[in-house]
Ligand binder design. Structure first.
Ligand SMILES: [Zn+2]
Length: 281
């Protein structure tokens, strides 16, 4: 916990964001205009209070209203699954990462939990064996762009190129093209959702944000999830990070989090199972 806090204080938001923006891609990416953009913006950030994660669904920094988009693109833009069951989905973004992804996979195997991993294509090209391991161990795979740009700042052509490049990488490593897309930072425009819907994709964001990218300690990650989770929740976590980014809090929180979910009669499942969709397109 202390180590994580120290890393966060030493690196600072801007430094971390810069590291993340360049991580895993081998090339520079456009930094956000203010240079301080974190890897995944959160509802909490909008509110300035991490305790209000669930209450601030709309009103994204980009102006996007996720609840409204979920209504408009019913079935094509999803924040959570059906409420009647107590199924929930653990989702891990920014994989593969040789530091954290194997640790997360080890915990999931030990706990006998299947989760969903959103793959960054440029990272998949560098570590195809790790992507295969995710697939071979029974987890679901989704598309998280090729090099983690903000889709809402691109046209449909740029976004579709990001999707297709990652599909090519996944076709080589696991032999299929995923149906599920998670846009970096959760940011996407209506015109892009139109395209995704017509192309037969399902865009999946989340309704529970662990904020683990902030390099939180295990207890904080645990509390961020357990105080917001409800039946059908889609939980945002990370199993990959930028240079120097510390995600050990996520790894350490997982066994306790899974135990808590089960003791509260939640059943962790993959997104295809929660949403009753095929994994591949
Ligand atoms: Zn991401």
């Amino acid at each position: 916990m202390l180590a994580a806090i120290c890393v966060w204080l030493l690196s600072g938001g801007a430094a971390s964001a810069q590291a993340i923006a360049q991580a895993g891609t081998g090339q520079r990416q456009a930094a956000a205009p203010n240079g301080e953009r974190p890897q995944e913006k959160t509802e909490a950030e909008t509110a300035g209070d991490s305790r209000d994660v669930a209450a601030t669904q709309s009103d994204r920094p980009s102006g996007a209203n996720w609840a409204e988009m979920q209504r408009r693109y019913k079935g094509a833009f999803v924040l959570s699954g059906p409420k009647p069951s107590r199924q929930v989905a653990l989702t891990f973004d920014d994989v593969p990462d040789s530091r954290y992804t194997p640790l997360v996979l080890n915990v999931l195997k030990q706990q006998k939990v299947k989760a969903t991993f959103f793959v960054v294509g440029s990272r998949a090209l560098k570590a195809p064996a790790l992507v295969r391991r995710i697939h071979d161990e029974g987890h679901a795979i989704g598309n998280h762009s090729f090099n983690h740009p903000d889709f809402s700042k691109m046209g449909i052509g740029g976004m579709s190129e990001q999707i297709r490049s990652t599909e090519a990488a996944l076709q080589r490593s696991v032999g299929f093209v995923p149906r599920l897309i998670r846009p970096p930072y959760g940011e996407i425009k209506n015109s892009q959702l139109d395209w995704a819907q017509k192309q037969g994709y399902t865009v999946v964001n989340w309704d529970v944000d662990s904020s683990d990218w902030r390099q939180l300690g295990a207890q904080t990650v645990f509390l961020n999830v357990t105080r917001s989770v409800r039946p059908g929740s889609i939980i945002l976590l990370h199993a990959g990070g930028g240079t120097g980014q510390n995600l050990y809090g996520t790894v350490q929180a997982l066994p306790k989090l899974i135990a808590w979910l089960r003791s509260h009669h939640y059943e962790p499942v993959t997104l295809p199972e929660l949403l009753q969709l095929p994994e591949s397109k």
